[in-house]
Design a binder for this molecule. Structure first.
Ligand code: HEC
Ligand code: HEC
Length: 187
């Protein structure tokens, strides 16, 4: 009996080691676009390392089940099981959030926009967000501008109603200013 239990335990261990390995391999396929450890080096690609696990999980599942619009990610996550998505979310949530502060003359103009409309949920610099929001301090400004335009577009499927409503109230010129303000923040 003991032998059987031992054998079963070993099979179990081998199984989980295999699964752990597969997540490393799967996560490496994200590097091309999101950078090593989820720190992006391309202005229109978001960094994902260190974002909250629930946020990562939620957006990937929304893409998988066609509840959220996207140009690229919807196609990528369609091939994953829910368990793989959970494991990828856990994997990237464990990495440190690494802001890439970008200097911009627009950033100063964004400050008043932020304190009036965004600070409550994202924190003054974007590093202290509500539970369901990602960190955006030192996120790529170009990427954030594109995302804000998606929230602003009535037809574009973005399920977070409050973020959509807030973005749609912004004046057009405030969009790049807000994106560059958050993009310039290191902490
Ligand atoms: C071919 C490039 C490409 C690859 C490969 C890729 N992504 Fe993405 N990712 C994008 C783009 C582009 C966006 C912005 C949304 C969109 O337009 O699809 C994005 C957005 C995201 C976001 C949202 C980030 C945020 O701040 O809201 C997450 C999470 C994400 N990707 C996870 C992953 C994971 C995990 C992998 C690997 C399994 C991966 N991506 C592979 C291009 C890619
Ligand atoms: C009511 C709370 C709330 C307010 C106010 C708010 N946000 Fe958000 N924001 C969120 C949440 C939650 C998300 C993630 C939503 C989702 O899952 O699509 C988000 C997402 C974002 C994103 C996308 C980040 C990414 O990584 O893809 C940007 C950029 C952003 N907000 C900027 C702003 C700006 C600029 C303002 C002010 C004009 C603002 N937000 C106001 C809660 C808020």
């Amino acid at each position: 009996m003991l032998k059987v239990i031992l054998a079963l335990t070993l099979i179990g261990l081998a199984g989980s080691a295999q699964a752990a390995l597969d997540i490393e391999v799967l996560a490496r396929t994200c590097n091309n676009c999101h950078g090593v450890n989820g720190v992006s080096v391309g202005a229109s690609m978001p960094s994902i390392g260190g974002l909250p696990r629930d946020y990562l999980k939620t957006v990937m599942k929304q893409w998988k089940y066609d509840e959220r619009g996207a140009a690229t990610m919807n196609r990528i996550v369609k091939g994953f099981t829910d368990d793989e998505i959970d494991a990828l979310a856990a994997h990237f949530a464990k990495k440190p959030w690494t802001p890439v502060p970008q200097k911009s003359p627009l950033a100063a103009k964004g400050k008043s926009v932020i304190s009036e409309n965004c600070e409550d949920c994202h924190g003054a610099t974007g590093s202290d967000p509500d539970e369901d929001a990602p960190k955006i301090n030192g996120q790529w400004a170009k990427y954030m501008e594109l995302e804000l335009e998606k929230y602003r577009e009535e037809e574009f499927k973005m399920p977070h109603r409050k973020m959509k409503k807030t973005a749609r109230k912004m004046k057009p010129a405030d969009v790049p200013a807000a994106a560059h303000y958050f993009g310039a923040q290191g902490k």
